[in-house]
Design a protein. Structure first.
Length: 182
C-alpha cells in the first residue's frame, strides 16, 4: 500500500479508544516515587504541613504526572506489541490507524511534543479517567528520520465526579526509517 493512498483524514476527530480508567487512585507512594525519580523538591508534593501552609488541604500530585495514572502497565504494552506483530487490530480507531500505518511501512515512532493544561490539582484519593480523541493525522511529511505522519491525540482527564481536571495534546510521528526502502 502506498502511503499517498492512505485515507487518514477519516480518523480526525474520532474517539481513539475506550476511556482509560486509572488502575489506582492518586496516592502518596506513587507521588513520592515520581518526585524522587525527577529530583523534584517541591514540598507540597510530599509534606502535608508544607502543603497546608500554602492553603491546600494536604499534599497534591505534581501536575505533569497526570498521564501516569491512566497508563495501562507493561503487561498491556506487551499484549499490544504482540498483537501488532501478529497483524491483529483491536476494534477501536487508534488501533486501526496504527495498523494502517504499519501496513504502509510507518512502523517506527517518536514522541514529538506534548502540551498540558491543568484545571484542578489532584490529591490522594482522586480517581482519574482519560478520554482520548484523535485530533488530527498529517499528510505525508518528509522528516530527518524519514517520511511519516504526525498523529495528534487530545486527552481529556476527569476526576471521579466527571469534572475536567486536565487536557493534553500529544503528538507523535509514525515514520518509515530513512534507511529502509519503501
Amino acid at each position: 500500500m502506498h502511503a499517498q493512498l492512505l485515507d487518514l483524514d477519516a480518523f480526525s476527530g474520532v474517539e481513539a479508544e475506550p476511556p482509560r480508567v486509572a488502575r489506582y487512585a492518586v496516592n502518596e507512594a506513587m507521588i513520592r516515587n515520581w518526585v524522587e525519580a525527577l529530583d523534584d523538591r517541591n514540598p507540597v508534593y510530599v509534606d502535608a504541613d508544607a502543603a497546608r501552609a500554602t492553603g491546600r488541604e494536604g499534599i497534591i500530585c505534581p501536575p505533569a504526572m497526570i498521564s501516569t495514572w491512566v497508563m495501562n502497565g507493561y503487561r498491556r504494552w506487551r499484549e499490544v506489541q504482540a498483537r501488532r506483530e501478529a497483524g491483529e487490530t483491536e476494534d477501536f480507531a487508534y488501533s486501526r490507524l496504527m495498523s494502517l500505518l504499519d501496513e504502509a511501512g510507518f512502523t517506527s515512532v517518536v514522541a514529538t511534543d506534548v502540551s498540558q493544561r491543568y484545571l484542578r490539582e489532584l490529591r490522594p484519593g482522586d480517581r482519574v479517567t482519560c478520554f482520548f480523541t484523535i485530533d488530527s493525522v498529517s499528510p505525508l511529511k518528509q522528516t530527518a528520520l524519514g517520511p511519516g505522519h504526525f498523529v495528534t491525540l487530545n486527552k481529556r482527564y476527569v476526576d471521579g465526579d466527571g469534572v475536567l481536571v486536565a487536557e493534553e495534546d500529544f503528538r507523535l510521528l509514525r515514520f518509515r526509517p530513512a534507511n529502509k526502502d519503501g
